[in-house]
Structure formats: structure tokens, C-alpha cells
Design a protein around this ligand. Structure first.
Ligand code: PLP
Length: 409
């Protein structure tokens, strides 16, 4: 054993974690202001022992709260049984998650269809899968173009970044993947005008999350669904941020009475374990044949055990109904605020739109007061508390937020 390596390893214990992050991690996230070390439910603690109400949930990830006992027990049990097997073999857990997702996606739909799932490890990867699936589906008819919305966010891999409708995130990484047309969000006519003989799919979020928690107008998604049906296009709905109960339905598209052809999700699916899923109707899913796509870790038993426990627990607490019921409290608390123009989003994914460009200052003040939220640009505060949050925690968060808005104004 090389003692100098052991000494180096041991020396890491005594280095301040924030300083260590700054010196060894790439600068792509900016400098973190806190190091969070443990959590319980809606509470999270930093390395100095200060406690915060977490109204961001790892950006809509930890919907069942931190250290959820059901998820922890499932992950712990699975880790002692079998962590990983290659996708050359089946495992006992992933297919159960896929069957549950198929069931949840089809809830309330009158269509006599079934679907299949491909698992990966993140939102970007499942969107990448959806892009590849659409291209393979369109291969025979020579179609591979995908229409997506300006302001959308679909991830950071080259395919999902090319799908994303935000120039600021793309500009430094050109050339992008060809075959994407970005149209104005919430405008069906713009989609219709953009369709060409090469178009195979339209890809949208049911609420634009990173774009500012922007709701579609009533009827928009139904009109897009009708348009896709008329023109023979796939409708891909990116539920990475909105999925799994957060907006007050299992999936955001379910508020609009439509069934997409492809649905992607990640974030909340594993309660923090990295897992994402790309679901597609059979007729689309069948475009992938053996060898077309894959992921070493996709659907492995450990992350899938977290997903299975997450879904079971979400059913237990009726996560969609709970998110819907609790979400109303934000309107009650914040709508009257003089600095707030409106509150967007639905359920427990909300955007607080401020008249003045004070969002970043408000986030800092909230953090000082023990509340974690985040800013999207200069005018919007995003709220995504865990779905297990209590009414008194929402009351407290809203009063800290109101105080912070007042001080920042
Ligand atoms: C709608 C949407 N799609 C895709 C992604 C990318 O997910 P990931 O960061 O897991 O790659 C995000 C992340 O914020 C998202 O909100």
C-alpha cells in the first residue's frame, strides 16, 4: 500500500468542501454558495449545520423529500442484492418500473394502445433517445426533422441541446445537430407553417420549465395533437421537469386530455437516483430493433429500485392530488403581492413573476433566511417544493419569500 496516497486521501477530510469544489470542479455551474450535507423531508442542512426549507427539491427531483425512508430502504435492500447487470440480461426491477409507467401514462386515455420504455440515466439522455427513435421511425419515409419551441429546454447533450430553443445555451457549441426548427411557443399556426416533407415530430414541454415556468394557453396542446394527427407527425412530450405528479397530474399532458406518441421523464423518477425513461406507443417503439440504441446503466436494478419505490410511495400519498391541492396555496399567498405580476405553473411547479429584475437578489435573501428557491433569469422565481411538503411549510416559505421580495424591492 502506498502510504502517500492514503495520506492524500485522508487529507481530503479536513478541507472545506466549498473550497475543494472551487478548486477541483469545472466552472460550468458557477461557484456554489452552500454545501448541503444532509436532508430530511422538506428540510436540508448545510455544512455549517444551518437548516433550510428546500423549495427547489434539486430542481423538481426529490418530490418525496430528502431521505425518504421507503426509497432509502428499497435502494439499500437492492444494493445488497444486485447493483448492476448488463442489459444483455433482464433484471427483476426495471421491467416493473416500465410496466407501471406504461399504466400511468395511459391513465384516462381512451386509446386502445400500449407502449414500451427505454431507460437511461438523465433527462438529456432520454430526450436524445426520443430524437433517435423519431429519426429511426421516419427513416423509411425520409423524414427526420423535429419542430421544437423557442424557450424550450431539453438538455445539454448535442442532440438535446440542438432541440433546446435557447440560443444562449447553444451559441458556444456550434455546429449543432441539423434537423431542428424552433418555433414560437404556444402558437399552433407557427408549427403548421414550419412543417416540411422532412418533418417527423413535434417536441414540446407541457409547461416550459427552464423557460420560466410558462404555461400553454388552454387548447394549445390539444390543437398540436390534432395537427400532428392530421399531418402524420409524432408528438413528443418532454415531462422531465413536469412528470410524476408535480403539476397535479401524473404527467403534465394529462391536464390537456391528450396522449402523446412519445413521453420522456427523469428527475423525480428516481427521487435522486439517476434514472430517466423514454416511453413510446408500440407502433413507434417498434422502430428500435436490437443494436439501435443502448446505455450501460440504463434500467439497472439499483436506480430502478428507487424508481419503483418512488412510484409506489407516490401512489400511496396520491402525489398528483396532493400537488394540486397544495399548489393553490401559492396563489393565495402570492397573488396579491404588489411586486408580483402573476404566479404561473400548476400544482407544485410554480413561477413567481416579478415586475422588477430582482429575482437573483430575492434568491440570496431567501437563502439567508433559510429558504432555498431559484431564479430563472432576472424576473422569475421558481418554486418546486417536495410533494410531501406540509401546509405550514408552504405558509412559512411564502412569508419568507414575501419578506425577501419586500427587502429586495
Ligand atoms: C424539460 C427538461 N428536459 C430535459 C432536461 C435535462 O435533464 P438532465 O439535466 O437530467 O439531463 C431538463 C432539466 O432541467 C428539463 O427541465
Amino acid at each position: 500500500m502506498d502510504q502517500s496516497l492514503v495520506d492524500f486521501y485522508n487529507s481530503l477530510e479536513s478541507i472545506d468542501p466549498l473550497a475543494l469544489s472551487e478548486s477541483v470542479l469545472m466552472k460550468n455551474y458557477g461557484n456554489p454558495s452552500l454545501c448541503l450535507v444532509r436532508g430530511s423531508g422538506a428540510w436540508v442542512y448545510d455544512s455549517n449545520g444551518k437548516v433550510y426549507l428546500d423549495f427547489l427539491s434539486g430542481i423538481a427531483v426529490t418530490s418525496l423529500g430528502h431521505a425518504n425512508p421507503m426509497v432509502a430502504a428499497a435502494v439499500s435492500a437492492q444494493s445488497e442484492k444486485l447493483l448492476h447487470v448488463s442489459n444483455i440480461f433482464a433484471n427483476e426491477v426495471g421491467p416493473k418500473v416500465a410496466a407501471m409507467l406504461n399504466h400511468l401514462i395511459l391513465l384516462g386515455s381512451s386509446e386502445d394502445v400500449s407502449g414500451r420504455v427505454f431507460f437511461a440515466n438523465s433527462g438529456a439522455e432520454v430526450n436524445e433517445s426520443a430524437i433517435k427513435l423519431a429519426r429511426k421511425y421516419g427513416l423509411e419515409t425520409g423524414r427526420h426533422h423535429i419542430i421544437t419551441a423557442l424557450g424550450s429546454f431539453h438538455g445539454r447533450t448535442m442532440g438535446s441541446l440542438s432541440a433546446t430553443g435557447q440560443r444562449s445555451k447553444q451559441a458556444s457549441f456550434e455546429p449543432l445537430l441539423p434537423g431542428f426548427t424552433h418555433i414560437v411557443w404556444d402558437d399552433v399556426a407557427a408549427i403548421e407553417e414550419a412543417i416540411t416533407a422532412q418533418t417527423v415530430a413535434v417536441m414540446l414541454e407541457p409547461i416550459q420549465g427552464e423557460g420560466g415556468v410558462l404555461d400553454p394557453s388552454p387548447g394549445y396542446l390539444q390543437a398540436v395533437r390534432d395537427l400532428c394527427d392530421r399531418r402524420g407527425l409524432l408528438l413528443i412530450i418532454d415531462e422531465v421537469q413536469t412528470g410524476l405528479g408535480r403539476t397535479g397530474a401524473w404527467f403534465g399532458f394529462q391536464h390537456h386530455g391528450i396522449l402523446p406518441d412519445v413521453v420522456t421523464m427523469a428527475k423525480a423518477l428516481g427521487s435522486g437516483m439517476p434514472i430517466g425513461a423514454c416511453w413510446a406507443k408500440d407502433v413507434v417503439a417498434d422502430a428500435f430493433t436490437a443494436g439501435d440504441h443502448g446505455s450501460t446503466f440504463g434500467g439497472q436494478p439499483l436506480a430502478a429500485s428507487a424508481a419503483l419505490a418512488t412510484i409506489r410511495e407516490m401512489i400511496e400519498i396520491d402525489a398528483p392530488a396532493r400537488a394540486s391541492r397544495l399548489g393553490v396555496l401559492f396563489d393565495k399567498h402570492l397573488e396579491g403581492n404588489r411586486e408580483v405580476s402573476h404566479v404561473s405553473g400548476s400544482g407544485l411547479l410554480r413561477g413567481v413573476h416579478l415586475d422588477r429584475p430582482i429575482a437573483k437578489r430575492v434568491v440570496e435573501l431567501c437563502q439567508e433566511k433559510g429558504l432555498i428557491v431559484n431564479a430563472i433569469g432576472d424576473h422569475i422565481i421558481r418554486l418546486a417544493p417536495p410533494i410531501i411538503v406540509s401546509t405550514s411549510q408552504i405558509d412559512r416559505a411564502c412569508s419568507l419569500l414575501t419578506e425577501s421580495i419586500g427587502e429586495a424591492s
